[in-house]
Design a protein around this ligand. Structure first.
Ligand SMILES: [Zn+2]
Length: 532
């Protein structure tokens, strides 16, 4: 079954999956593809394969040349064989997959997690790594968490730091700059609808704001990757890596404004939780590392004047609305942790629970210290403490840091509002003296009216609640779920095709609970009238 050396007529978009393949099995540049005698140039519908049995190997191997017309933009996605019957990960049988078309735009982009074979050592163990990059075309940019454009690299890091590195090469554009005296590289590729300089200046402003917030420039270098995707416009995600962050955005995004929060968020992770030393795989503080990071992402953007005060307030309103209307609001932390892998709302609840608590603590500290201190002091005290060897981030270390500014500490808050899931109280001064609170009745919270997860898994409706929204629309237990579905949003109409006794029909309704929820919302107070 193993086949070897798949050749591609045109470009190739390297997914992490492909990259794992390419590099676990070593990429060879030898043996360029030649058109086969008697073979026509493939047309738009053509798939041409040439299979040549190799001799002399222990296992039978096919050299496979595959020719097809690539997409006009020079990047084509491939679908690799994954599973059949009881077999899975069939792509492991493919070796040396590479594109050999001369006009191809090729690059590689890989996360260490998907790239390296590593010894099974303690992840915090310090390692001296040597990397040698051979046969890279002279016009390729080479860039990673540990340096740029050095064919031979040696560096010291931890096993985990190496694993969490970012590695790329190819037709990337790399822009180098100095931020508070430290080198930063910003890299991207492909065509965007805005000039690269717009993104460079955003990175510069956000990084200046964050490093000055922490008063920490201890980064030998830093890499920011902006990676274009084929996702629908408006979608993007990001991740923090070793001395690097990566943003993945739809290549059709109109400008950089949609990237601001995510950029600030991923950058902030360098401190919360990396430098605050949250223990590896410790999810008990996920609310702190995500919720408090989200809180500061918006706050620091406002302080750096990248967003306005009202945009900052809008962002907080959004968090509060999501928190107070969430059907997960009163679920225990243990429960949402256990269910967050399979339910977006559980994942989201952890973020908004943390961010709402950050607002509460900030307001409490400002109020108890007469405006002299804020949550900022707790965060900076924590980072100072984290420079000591014995420190690790924990509920106790957070409580200890907060006790300097809040007599009662925050341990009880953590137990009640994070762990047990009691509703976090709010106050009129939550967003500071310039913001005025009002209460709104939020239309409703999301309620599909049946057991969404179980029904979707079996494609048969179950758990339909009598007189719930689905029941009123005609959905019944035992009906078949043929097509359609719903957004996780009470304001978006659900549209589901069901089959009952062989008859199909479409059921439409709003997946909203009858319960109205009150949530605090804030707006900027009008400036005092000028008496003259
Ligand atoms: Zn995050």
């Amino acid at each position: 079954m193993p086949a070897s050396c798949v050749r591609l007529r045109c470009g190739l978009l390297l997914s992490p999956l492909l990259l794992a393949l390419l590099f676990s099995f070593s990429l060879s540049q030898a043996d360029p593809a030649l058109p086969q005698p008697g073979m026509k140039t493939p047309g738009p519908q053509d798939l041409h394969y040439v299979l040549e049995l190799a001799t002399g190997d222990e296992l039978p191997l096919f050299h496979v040349n595959f020719y097809f017309q690539g997409d006009a933009d020079g990047a084509s996605k491939l679908r690799l064989p994954s599973g059949w019957d009881t077999e899975n990960q069939l792509y492991n049988a493919i070796r040396n997959l590479r594109a050999t078309s001369p006009e191809t735009k090729i690059y590689f982009y890989a996360l260490g997690t998907a790239l390296w074979v590593l010894p099974d050592w303690d992840r915090s163990r310090s390692v001296n790594v040597q990397l040698q990059w051979k046969n890279l075309p002279s016009d390729w940019m080479l860039c990673n968490s540990f340096g740029a454009n050095e064919a031979s690299q040696s560096f010291q890091t931890t096993l985990e730091g190496f694993r969490k590195g970012v590695f790329l090469a190819g037709d990337f554009r790399v822009h180098g700059l100095s931020i508070r005296g430290r080198p930063v590289q910003i890299t991207t590729r492909g065509k965007w609808r805005f000039p690269d300089t717009e993104f460079h200046s955003l990175v510069q402003k956000v990084m200046e704001a964050e490093r000055s917030f922490w008063n920490d420039d201890d980064f030998p270098r830093y890499l920011v990757v902006l990676f274009p995707t084929d996702d629908p416009p408006g979608t993007g995600h990001g991740e923090a890596r070793t001395d690097a962050l990566a943003l993945y955005f739809s290549k059709d995004v109109a400008d950089t404004s949609a990237m601001r929060i995510l950029l600030a968020h991923e950058m902030f992770h360098a401190w919360n939780a990396s430098r605050l030393r949250r223990l590896e795989d410790d999810n008990t503080l996920y609310w702190f590392s995500e919720g408090f990071t989200d809180h500061y992402a918006a706050l620091l953007l406002w302080r750096a004047k990248i967003i306005s005060h009202s945009e900052y307030i809008d962002r907080c309103n959004d968090v509060l609305r999501r928190y107070y209307t969430s059907r997960r609001r009163n679920h225990s932390y243990a429960r949402i942790q256990a269910e967050r892998g399979s339910d977006n709302e559980a994942e989201r609840q952890i973020y908004v629970r943390g961010a709402t608590l950050a607002l509460r603590w900030d307001a409490l500290i400002r109020s108890e210290t007469g405006g002299k201190h804020s949550l900022d002091d707790v965060m900076r005290d924590l980072i100072r403490a984290a420079r000591a060897d014995s420190f690790s981030l924990s509920k106790d270390s957070i409580d200890k840091a907060a006790r300097r500014y809040l007599k009662e500490g925050v341990r009880q808050d953590i137990d009640l509002y994070v762990e047990l899931g009691e509703t976090i109280p709010f106050s009129a001064d939550l967003l500071g003296p310039e913001a005025q609170m009002s209460m709104i009745e939020v239309s409703t919270s999301f309620d599909p009216g049946f057991d969404l997860e179980a029904s979707f898994a079996r494609r048969i409706f179950t758990g339909v609640r009598e007189n719930g929204p689905a029941h009123r629309a005609g959905l019944r237990n035992g009906q078949k779920w043929v097509a359609g579905g719903m957004a996780d949003d009470p304001n978006v109409m659900a549209e589901i095709t069901v089959e009952d006794s062989g008859m199909r029909r479409v059921v439409k309704y709003y997946p909203a609970s009858d319960e109205k929820v009150r949530a605090p919302q804030y707006k900027l107070k009008a400036p005092p009238e000028n008496k003259n």
